[in-house]
Design a protein around this ligand. Structure first.
Ligand code: SAH
Length: 363
């Protein structure tokens, strides 16, 4: 049994079943035993591979997107480039290299990284060690300093905890983690229907069949960021996998070494994520009176930002083997087949209404 499972069992024995969201928070972010606290989960040898780790083109294009937004904002003298959950720091490193061609932007920017994992912070420090821009690390977006900000995030929202509600004859009940008859961790339903279910479950899915599961996340982080952006100027760009229309269904998944494992197995030792509900994410930003852009597919975003031309350019200086690698990365990032990211992953952006259409989102 993992040390975290021992602790979670003790909590349940003392306080009764815990909500799924609390369980997921402990699994990912428990200060000692949380999944992200003690390891670098990324890459082929780890549990999952993300778009920035597939190819430098991804981060370079995100960097150019940020530079274009900054120009659209009227090129303010100082801009914060904020990344949520930067992993190994690869996307930021590629983004900053991508904008070398725009020295005015590089001079205007300072970098803020929001990261809870001490291991990944160290990794980010190494990746970004040679940079000539100021960098600061924070655990929480509430600690960001003042001024306009451009926020970027890839595969961050999917790592934020979800809760699940299950439809029964008398309403929606929260899914909890308790014990089964043999004393193992097991799903259970809260005995009482949730009184405020209508404030969480959108009208499109309220009449779902009995037994349906609705997953939801707190939108506070996004609403808070969007408030900052509407007040101080800037934009946010979130890229992740998920669905664009409200839907019922369970997407919570647990992955170890690129393979799915049961969700309650080995808490703290396996990656837990759930698809991003882009409609809910959009509502969270709109609560702050931000204007939404998208969601669009990752393929559309990358193609409109020029990934084909970027790949062609990289290939002019590549060996034959490297050229094959560039084509494979292009297909993985922007292809829409089942094993490719272009269709499954989506991008959404938000900005103050007066900023107008954003690069990559205006068709
Ligand atoms: N963006 C990176 C890494 C994605 S993995 C990439 O695309 O490769 C998720 C990242 O979010 C990790 O860096 C993880 O440590 C961080 N993270 C997870 N939950 C977080 C939270 N609540 N606050 C800040 N960072 C978090």
């Amino acid at each position: 049994m993992t040390p975290l499972e021992t602790e979670i069992r003790r909590m349940i024995a003392a306080d009764g079943p815990m909500p799924l969201g609390r369980f997921m928070t402990l699994c990912l972010a428990h200060p000692v035993h949380g999944y992200y606290m003690s390891r670098d989960p990324l890459g082929v040898a780890g549990d999952f591979v993300t778009a920035p780790e597939v190819s430098q083109m991804f981060g370079e294009l995100v960097g150019l997107w940020a530079a274009a937004v900054w120009q659209q904002m009227g090129a303010p003298r100082h801009i914060r480039l904020v990344e949520l959950g930067p992993g190994r720091g690869t996307m930021m490193s590629d983004a900053l290299r991508g904008v070398r061609v725009l020295p005015a932007f590089r001079h205007a920017l300072s970098v803020d990284l929001i990261e809870i994992s001490p291991v990944l912070r160290r990794r980010q420090e190494q990746t970004l060690a040679d940079l000539d821009v100021p960098i600061a690390w924070h655990s929480d977006v509430a600690d960001l300093g003042d001024g306009p900000l451009i926020v970027i995030a890839n595969e961050f929202i999917d790592a934020l905890p979800v809760d699940q509600l299950v439809r029964t004859a008398d309403g929606w009940h929260a899914r909890m983690i308790g014990f089964d008859a043999a004393g193992g961790l097991a799903f259970a339903l809260h005995p009482d229907a949730l009184l405020c279910a209508d404030s969480i479950v959108p009208p499109q899915v309220r009449d779902a069949p009995i037994g349906s599961v609705y997953e939801w996340r707190s939108g506070c982080l996004i609403t808070g960021l969007a408030e900052r952006i509407v007040r101080d100027g800037g934009a946010g760009l979130m890229i992740d996998y998920g669905h664009t229309q409200p839907a019922v269904g369970e997407t919570l998944q647990s992955v170890r070494s690129h393979r799915p494992v049961p969700v309650l197995e080995d808490p703290g030792d396996v990656d837990l994520t759930a698809h991003v509900d882009f409609a809910a994410l959009g509502r969270a930003a709109e609560r702050a009176a931000a204007r939404l852009h998208g969601p669009i597919s990752q393929a559309d975003l990358l193609r409109r930002l020029g990934i084909d031309a970027r790949a062609a350019r990289l290939k002019t200086a590549a060996t034959y083997d490297q050229a094959i690698g560039i084509d494979a990365a292009l297909a993985r990032l922007a292809g829409s087949g089942p094993a490719q990211m272009g269709g499954l992953f989506k991008a959404i952006a938000f900005a103050p209404p007066e900023l107008g259409p954003l690069p990559g989102f205006d068709g």
